[in-house]
Design a protein around this ligand. Structure first.
Ligand SMILES: *[C@@H]1O[C@H](CO)[C@@H](O)[C@H](O)[C@H]1NC(C)=O
Ligand SMILES: *[C@@H]1O[C@H](CO)[C@@H](O)[C@H](O)[C@H]1NC(C)=O
Ligand SMILES: *[C@@H]1O[C@H](CO)[C@@H](O)[C@H](O)[C@H]1NC(C)=O
Ligand SMILES: *[C@@H]1O[C@H](CO)[C@@H](O)[C@H](O)[C@H]1NC(C)=O
Ligand SMILES: *[C@@H]1O[C@H](CO)[C@@H](O)[C@H](O)[C@H]1NC(C)=O
Ligand SMILES: *[C@@H]1O[C@H](CO)[C@@H](O)[C@H](O)[C@H]1NC(C)=O
Ligand SMILES: *[C@@H]1O[C@H](CO)[C@@H](O)[C@H](O)[C@H]1NC(C)=O
Ligand SMILES: *[C@@H]1O[C@H](CO)[C@@H](O)[C@H](O)[C@H]1NC(C)=O
Ligand SMILES: *[C@@H]1O[C@H](CO)[C@@H](O)[C@H](O)[C@H]1NC(C)=O
Ligand SMILES: *[C@@H]1O[C@H](CO)[C@@H](O)[C@H](O)[C@H]1NC(C)=O
Ligand SMILES: *[C@@H]1O[C@H](CO)[C@@H](O)[C@H](O)[C@H]1NC(C)=O
Length: 770
């Protein structure tokens, strides 16, 4: 059983998780029973079985060892009819092998456990206003239903009050399921549905682990993540939201009046069988938008739970917003890369929490902290312990000193406690070179701050240059808005190229995902440490898990503004109007080196809700386009069965994956290919008629490729009129004979510009040796 480690976990959570992992045990006696997902071909069901369930029971009764409590009802724990056909069952490895040979069974896959989970200022930063524009025009998304697949929800949070929200849309088919400390009375006109799917994950977690995690067998959130993401997407207005006074303001979800339906499928970790069940249920219940801040290391789409479930959602025109992952800044780290998913990276907003650190040599460093308890300007000795492993945090090393630690490994939840136990008086947490200058705001329990990599170098060189290094903190206890250059791409935000199909550019765009304030369960400390007795109603968190629900919220507003747009049209509008520049009119930078970010980190750019509601032109696509795309990556007929029931779905010419009518371009040149011609079709959704668009091509460092577009001008005379154009990419790069795999990249954009609209698509050119 492979544990696929993934990534949308904010760092402290990930570390705390690793702390718990040794407790994970297989919850069963000999012989080993595991969870399997059995995919069936519904068209192969023998006629003697009148229902799928009869067929599946027959399989269980026939192909399992009768001596082991073999009642089909206890073996099968989910059946699926929407995300695919099949069921999840507990089987021995031997039984699972037998099942692969049963006629009508497409595949028997081990249920995988994936470590899961990858606002006051952010709506303002996105340019949303209560008095004009998209918010009033859409009545804050009141008629849109956002399904959140996550760790559950804390229903009593003020963010889920339904004051001023109208009756539940009559089309809603969801439910409010009962369980531990949760019943139907916890739902209302804001939280209109809540279900939980834990049968897969519970098989892998001991009761002790579940207890340690404070988990509930109900839709209630024992982790905090789902409460945070749900309130970010669609939380109600809450005045005076803050964490210890920081980030104080009125908190609002992006689609403030949209309805929330929580599908709890994770208890920190999630299993694929639970995710399938959650997504299937959300689709059946009638959600319009799905927000899934989770993922696993990306795999071919036919082996990828998120991609398969999102495909079923796309068939019903549900917009699916997914987190890009937190394993940046490394290339190929992005996940949730299928073109029917909208893949969201994370950037900062223009809000900081500055702390001054004054060194004994009178130099000052600016760090970040949400520590606001006392302002103490005394100087203390500094001690640098590198990675600060627990064994080093002893009084001999730490007593009366400010501890300086490499940050990335430190954020284990118990470290602050250890430092205090050992008599330490403060902590400076240093960013690693790959984290660069992004300062995570942490609600420390002791005087402490995070420092960027440049400050870290300065601090360390000061410490080693003097016998008695000293420092003092000056906590300003304030929140600074509007001064900071923003957005800047977070270093953790996962990067392209797309590891599965490099011809699709991913991530698609970025949204706020750094130091985001949102609702928090009142029984979990803001640091998630059990030693931290403090309780808060709002908390800050960082990750692409935080940016994903921002885009889900914006998509909900677009659904309300344009009810008959396809989900591909919504994604196109989000992408072609996103901004490539920041609040200082410079190209968006990336935190690791403050250099301009490329399309591999920001996709099309930073989401701009107001512009997205009037994009002018859209790149539309429907399910048949996605099927053709899957054919073009040469999936076998059997692999195609995970997506399409029809036999021989790939009969026509499939073309190349880059032919999909996608709002961005990723051109891949391999040896012996020097020209690529791609076609795109634009649909007019503007209201100025006729509207004349001219193309503008911007090259960033594109010396090795020539880009030409034909025609150069497009005239749209009617609403919903379609016009096509061709882009020709010519490579001037000569591959080395040696067969080395050094990759070359080039970037640019193709914009269609009229008097009223700019429809911009980024392109990346990748030369792959193999
Ligand atoms: C639901 O729970 C609340 C509080 O936990 C309780 O007051 C209420 O009676 C319960 N309602 C139902 C229908 O069980
Ligand atoms: C938050 O802001 C409001 C309004 O500006 C103010 O009344 C309140 O005292 C502030 N709360 C904190 C904790 O700073
Ligand atoms: C910091 O600000 C908060 C809210 O404004 C206040 O409650 C707290 O006392 C302040 N702390 C200090 C040390 O001034
Ligand atoms: C730091 O500044 C103080 C006061 O301005 C001064 O007395 C002291 O000599 C300075 N120390 C160093 C190392 O420059
Ligand atoms: C801590 O970080 C520095 C700078 O990134 C690095 O050189 C060092 O190897 C790290 N580890 C330790 C144990 O110091
Ligand atoms: C959307 O609605 C408009 C007018 O109601 C209609 O003309 C158009 O064809 C519709 N578009 C789609 C894609 O259904
Ligand atoms: C798919 O197969 C065709 C024909 O063999 C080949 O030309 C094409 O390059 C393949 N595409 C991919 C993405 O592997
Ligand atoms: C590229 O073309 C050369 C000569 O035409 C041929 O020898 C070589 O095998 C080709 N390489 C690939 C990867 O197709
Ligand atoms: C590509 O563009 C460069 C400069 O714009 C030009 O000199 C060159 O001839 C072009 N190459 C081709 C093959 O069109
Ligand atoms: C749009 O209108 C212009 C002028 O009225 C005309 O020349 C052109 O052919 C029309 N285009 C289409 C696609 O109908
Ligand atoms: C190709 O060869 C040249 C010269 O030997 C070398 O400088 C360059 O780095 C090589 N490029 C690749 C992609 O291997």
């Amino acid at each position: 059983m492979a544990f696929t480690f993934f990534c949308n976990v904010s760092l402290p959570l990930l570390i705390s998780l690793m702390f718990f992992l040794p407790l994970i045990t297989i919850n069963s006696s000999e012989p080993l029973i595991s969870s399997y997902i059995v995919h069936t071909d519904s068209q192969s069901r023998p006629s003697r079985f009148s229902t799928q369930d009869d067929w599946y029971s027959y399989m269980i009764n026939t192909f399992t060892d009768q001596k082991m409590e073999s009642q089909s009802s206890s073996r099968i724990f989910y059946t699926y009819n929407v995300v695919f056909h099949g069921f999840a069952a507990r089987l021995t490895d031997k039984e699972a092998k037998k099942f692969t040979k049963v006629p009508g069974v497409l595949a028997v896959l081990a249920d995988k456990v994936t470590v899961k989970l990858d606002t006051t200022q952010s709506p303002e930063f996105l340019g949303l206003h209560l008095d004009y524009g998209l918010w009033p025009e859409t009545n804050l998304g009141e008629n849109v239903i956002i399904g959140i697949v996550d760790s559950g929800i804390w229903p009593e949070s003020d963010s889920f009050k339904d004051t001023g929200i109208g009756p539940i849309p009559s089309r809603w088919k969801g439910a409010c399921e009962q369980g531990t400390e949760f019943n139907s009375s916890h739902c209302n006109r804001k939280l209109i549905g809540a279900r939980f799917f834990l049968k897969g994950i519970e098989h892998y977690m001991s009761d002790r682990l579940l207890e340690e995690l404070g988990e509930y067998r109900s839709p209630r959130d024992g982790v905090g993540h789902g409460t945070h993401t749900a309130s970010t997407a669609a939380g109600s207005e809450v005045a005076n939201a803050n964490v210890f006074g920081f980030a104080n303001g009125t908190a609002r979800g992006i689609a403030t009046k949209a309805r929330i339906a929580m599908y709890k499928a994770c208890e920190v970790l999630c299993s694929e069988s639970d995710i399938f069940a959650a997504m299937e249920s959300a689709i059946n219940d009638g959600v319009d938008i799905l927000s899934a801040s989770l993922g696993s290391q990306d795999a071919p789409y036919y082996e990828n739970a998120m991609a398969k479930a999102a495909f079923a959602a796309a068939k019903r025109n549900i917009f699916v917003s997914c987190s890009a992952g937190n394993l940046g800044p490394h290339a190929y780290s992005v996940h949730n890369t299928a073109p029917w998913m909208t893949t969201v990276g994370a950037g900062s907003i223009d809000r900081t929490f500055p702390v001054t650190v004054q060194l004994g040599n009178n130099k000052t460093l600016i760090g970040s902290s949400l520590y606001g308890k006392k302002i103490n300007t005394d100087s203390f000795p500094l001690v640098y312990l590198g990675d600060c492993i627990a064994a080093n945090m002893i009084p001999q090393n730490v007593m009366g000193k400010i501890l300086v630690c490499n940050g990335s490994k430190l954020q284990a939840i118990n470290d602050e406690h250890l430092i205090q136990e050992a008599g330490g008086v403060g902590l400076l947490q240093l960013n690693h070179i790959t984290e660069g200058e992004g300062l995570t705001a942490i609600a420390y329990t002791l005087p402490a701050a995070t420092l960027g990599y440049r400050e870290a170098l300065e601090l360390v060189s000061y410490i080693i240059s003097t016998k008695n290094p000293l420092a003092s903190f000056k906590f300003h206890n304030r929140t600074v808005i509007g001064k900071e250059r923003a957005p800047i791409t977070s270093s953790f935000s996962a990067r392209g190229p797309n590891p599965i199909v490099p011809e699709i550019l991913k991530p698609d765009l970025i949204a706020p995902g750094f130091n985001i304030l949102a609702a928090w369960p009142p029984n979990i400390s803001p640091t998630r440490s059990s030693f931290d007795p403090r309780r808060v109603k709002f908390n800050t968190d960082s990750g692409t898990s935080m940016s994903c629900p921002h885009v889900a919220g914006v998509a909900a507003l677009l659904r309300a503004a344009h009810p008959n747009w396809s989900s591909a049209a919504v994604r196109s509008a989000l992408m072609t109007t996103s901004t490539a520049t920041d609040n200082q009119y410079r190209l968006i930078a990336r935190y690791e080196d403050l250099e301009p970010a490329t399309a591999l980190s920001i996709g099309s750019g930073h989401v701009n809700p107001q512009l997205a509601s009037d994009p002018g032109l859209i790149y539309d696509a429907d399910i048949s386009d996605y099927i053709r795309f899957l054919c073009s990556v040469n999936y076998t007929e059997k692999q195609m069965k995970f997506f399409v029931e029809a036999s021989k779905p790939c009969s026509g010419p499939a073309g190349s994956p880059g032919d999909l009518n996608y709002p961005s371009f990723s051109v891949v040149f391999r040896p012996n290919s020097s020209v690529q011609e791609l076609k795109r079709t634009l649909t007019n959704v503007g209201e100025l008629l006729p509207e004349v668009y001219k193309v503008r091509i911007v090259h960033h460092k594109v010396k090795k490729a020539n880009v030409t577009v034909k025609p150069q001008k497009l005239i749209f005379n009617k609403s919903f009129e379609k016009q096509s154009y061709k882009v020709r990419f010519q490579s001037n790069y000569v591959f080395n004979k040696s067969g080395t795999t050094v990759e070359q990249m080039a970037f640019g954009s193709i914009s269609w510009e009229s008097e009223g609209h700019v429809v911009r698509s980024p392109f990346s050119v990748l030369w792959l040796q193999s």
